[in-house]
Structures are given as structure tokens and as C-alpha cells.
Design a protein around this ligand. Sequence first.
Ligand code: SDX
Length: 432
Amino acid sequence: MEKQRTATISFNDGVEPIEFPVISGSIGPDVVDIRTLLGKAGKFTYDPGFLSTASCRSAITYIDGDAGVLLYRGYPIEQLAQHCDFLEVCYLLLTGELPNKEQKDKFVTTVTRHTMVHDQLNNFFRGFRRDAHPMAVMVGTVGALSAFYHDSLDLNNPAHRDISAFRLIAKMPTITAMAYKYTMGQPFVYPLNSLSYSANFMRMMFAVPAEEYRVNEVLVRALDRIFILHADHEQNASTSTVRLAGSSGANPFACMAAGIACLWGPAHGGANEAALNMLEQIGDVSKIGDFITKVKDKNSGVKLMGFGHRVYKNYDPRAKLMRETCYEVLNELGLQNDRLFKLAMALEKIALEDDYFVSRKLYPNVDFYSGIVQRALGIPVSMFTCIFALARTVGWIAQWNEMIADPEQKIGRPRQLYTGATKRDVVPIEKR
Ligand code: SDX
């Protein structure tokens, strides 16, 4: 029987040393189980930003930041991007295994049959200004779905969780395309069940009633790969938000709306929009030097958007695949000399030879190239984070399901290091 490994914390304030169990996962860093610390020492751990904190057990996604490795249920992202389509990856993330042909057909049919939204949702959009940011529309609309599906809000009922998963995966493309069409002042395009998931989304985004829409399979495959690359990513900020919202028992649609709200931030999912705006702002290769100088000046507050990552201290494997997708799409569209793509590659080369970035282990992340691909696909910058949310929905659902099924899960309720005023009495206003 393997000896239980432990870690001991000793104190120099009279509290007796305390031993804590050390637990190993299948791969990756061990954890020190410090759940008894408060009871035994009357102390909290302190870890703002959770850099050294594991919030849960999970079997879904594994990241090795130093080696630049990303596995979904053990499969390398490079292999999934090459051999699978997005709905196969959805099946994998949700069930833990890749589907066989029969399982895949059944899964695809079920998703396809849930792509339409309740027709009254159309009116919901009409309440927004036409120039509303599509993420604001998406947060509101996804949260509002719980007003339409009273039949499946009991998250302790596995059947309710299943149907909610299908509804969310199936309807996110429809809602995303509707958010885009609404800002364009064009009519909504209904899903067409004869098309694949990603082809259906492209058609709902770009088809107009006045002419036949022709699917370009190279572009569809590129978009499908973008969805795969964004599907899940361990306990990132938006996934942790979904888990925290879910831990209170909130319904799945409310939890996904919380995840979308968090993803919107420029430090997280909003970085692809910020990265493209940054490239536009730099404008020309000759201006890269000045921009890099500004980034190095802490007082400027300027960051190299699409660079750096909390976990990857090596090249984000998704960024490599995204750069390949860039080549494919730009070649297909005859945009080999795309100005921004050339600028991005020049910026990447200069940054990766500059000690400021190398010493801080700042490499391109998934967001550095995704904006250029999406722009080439005709997707406007304001829609980039909506596309990210569309793809990440399956990861949020898989993680939310895992949390609900985890016997150790409790409502998430961190504590704090209190630095405010100690107890004092109120002085009547006339004496203040
Ligand atoms: C995503 O968590 C996930 O998994 C997220 C994600 C997912 O799939 O869910 O991968 C998606 O959010 C990708 C990240 C997209 N964000 C950006 O590209 C925005 C730019 N990046 C930075 O904001 C930053 O790198 C973060 C937020 C991504 C990570 O920040 P950390 O881990 O808190 O790192 P840090 O801020 O402590 O940086 C360490 C040093 C600091 O300098 P010093 O204080 O040591 O001098 O690096 C510097 C930072 O100032 N730094 C940058 C930088 N990122 C970090 N300097 C310039 N440009 C940058 N982008």
C-alpha cells in the first residue's frame, strides 16, 4: 500500500505544525489538500488570481503550460483539429469518449433538431439598439433562454441537463448569427438542417434572401477548426465563473450567461478583438518598434494583446494551429499578402527575439491569430468574442456537468484577508 504523502505547515506563532495530504492526479502537478487549515490553524490560504490554487478535480482538459501541451480527454489538440469535426469534439468533451459512426450520427441529428429558437425570441432582439455590442445581446439573450424552457431547469435531473446541453450547443450558432444580423439590419436567417453545424452557422451569418448562398467547404472547415480550438481550456476565468454560478444551483442558461459575461473581458475572450484592433492601430511594420517600446513602458498600460498566458509559458499550441488556418483561409481567398497577417507575423518575430517578452515567457496565445482568420472569413471584429463564446459553450457545459456530479462539490464561497476598519461606533450625523 503506497504511503500517504503529506505536506507539513509549521508556524512560528505557537500553532502546532499541521500535516496535509498530498494528492496526485493522472498527470500534472500534485495538490496539497488544505481544506482542514481553517479548522486546525484558524488561518486561510491567500492566493489572489488563484495562481497556485486547484479549484476542483477534473477529467476534461489538461494543459502543460511549460511544454505547450493541450489535451481534451487525453487527445492532443493537434490530432483533434486534424482528424475530427467540432460536433465529434463536443461529444468527446461531454461524454469522455470519441463517438463511433452510429453515436456521432445520433448526436448530430439531435443537435440539428434543436437549432431553431422560440419565435418570440425574435422580439427580444428588437429591444436592443442596432449598434449594441453583440456580446451585450448574447449575454441578455442566452440568459433569457431560461424564460422559455421551464421544462428543463432542474439541474439535479440528468435528463434536464442533457436537453439543456443540446439546446445550448444547437442554439448558440443561431443566436450568434441573429445578433450579427440584427446589428446589420438584415433579416434573420433560419437554420437549414441539411447543412453541417459550421456550414449552417456560416449560412445564417452571411446568407441574404435576395440570393442563393454557396457554402465554401474550405472556409467552413477553417471555422469548424476555430470552434475546436476554443472548445475548452481547463479552469480559465469564464469556466470558473460558470462553475461558481452553477455551484449555487443556478439554471444552465443563467450559468452560461455568466460565462459569456466573463469571457467578454479584454484580458480573456475579448483579447482577439483587442489584438486585431492593436494590429490596425500599429498599422505598418515600420511602426512595430515604437509600439514595442510603449508596451515595455509599464506606465503606458499598453499590452501586446494576443500575447502571454496565465498557464502557457511556451507557445500556445492553439496559436500554431490558428496560424496554419490563417494560411489556408488567406490562400483560399487569394489574400496571401493580407496586410494584417504580414504585420502579425512580423510583430510575432520581433517580440520573440526581444528579451522583454522572452524573459517573461510571453508567447502568442490563441487570440493572436484568431482575429485575422475571422476577419478574412468576413466576421466583423465585434463578433469575434461571440464566436469564442459559441465554441466555448460545450466546454462550459461539460465542466458544469462535472461539477454537479462531483460528490465533493459545495457552493463556492472563498474568504478574504480583511484589511478594513476594525469595529467602531456610529457617531450621530450632527457630531460628524
Ligand atoms: C485567453 O486562462 C485561459 O485559459 C484563457 C484562454 C482560454 O482559452 O480560456 O486561454 C483564453 O484568455 C487567452 C489570453 C488572452 N489575453 C490576452 O492576450 C491579453 C494580453 N495578455 C495579458 O493580459 C496576460 O498575459 C494574461 C492576462 C493573459 C495573463 O496574465 P498573468 O498570468 O496574470 O501574467 P502577468 O500579468 O502576471 O504577466 C507577467 C509579466 C508582467 O510583467 P512584470 O510585472 O513581470 O514586469 O508579463 C507582463 C506583465 O506586465 N505581461 C505582458 C503581457 N502579458 C503579461 N506584457 C505585455 N504584453 C502582454 N500581453
